[in-house]
Design a protein around this ligand. Sequence first.
Ligand code: DOR
Ligand code: ZN
Length: 333
Amino acid sequence: MSIEINSPLDMHLHLRQDKMLKVVAPLSAKYFAGGLIMPNLIPPITSLEMVKEYKKEILESIDEEFVPYMTLFFKDSYDEEFLKSIKDEVLAIKLYPSGITTNSEGGANLQDLTSLYPVLKLMSELQIPLCVHGESEGFVMDREKEFVEVYENLAKTFPKLKIIMEHITTKNSVELLDKFENLYATITLHHLLITLDDVAGGFLKPHLFCKPIAKRPEDRAALLEVALKAHPKVMFGSDSAPHPLHAKESCGCAAGVFTAPIALQALAQLFEKKGYLENLESFVSLNAQKIYNITPIEKRIKLIKKEFKVPEKYGDVVPMFAGKTLSWSISEE
Ligand code: DOR
Ligand code: ZN
């Protein structure tokens, strides 16, 4: 059995910098036509020069053709002139609540949402999509649920602003998709596969620890329902977030699951098992093309039902399913 996917896209990807960038970027570039590159670096990407420089570094670290769709780190201080100047260089602006996840300390203060309105109004007028890490500062399992009111507020206040709820993990977030025309979502591989039980139900699994944390079986079921059916408002975004082994297997584990090199194989395995293989191309490419209005480069990827033994490590990063065997692989022919 095999399936061809044209131009897979990963619409939420962390490529990092320096040595790590050189290890992980080629892994995405090999099988994906493009990816939406997250800006939570040290320091975060907040200027046109930084966007251009980071894009250059990404392109220099890969050999394959791959389009890094760039993002900018949201600041409520951006003005019209600046936003006009970056409009053609970025595909979206990413909003992080301050301190909510890796390198988000300079993020927005959501206590007073109206402080974000002037920039959001400009983004709406300039048609720059807003990507959001949607978590409150509440109890870890309720953070995304508590953020629903923020999504509702933003969606209602800016009906023309395209808002992408990043890496959704709950049933409540899924329900928002059909409630507001301007809300969309990315879904990761790991949130389609695991629940909190897999992370902390037995021995603690640092390589499955991420933000937002994996939730309940009923939440996963809601995510699966829209992903497998390729609901037109959802798209694949791996949130592949590599951290070196010492930062994961430590007291004070960094958040992030590294999935980029195994994502397509694991998605094929999942979609086949559930009987929805024919929807995989929509989930990993066509939906994103329509949502973001992009035409990716041609890259035909052939997935075949043949065992793939996942490496224990890529550099010093441990991937999801390290050392395990997946039933689908990517044809190198
Ligand atoms: O688990 C996560 N890791 N979630 C995020 O939102 C950020 C990411 C990272 O950059 O490590
Ligand atoms: Zn992320």
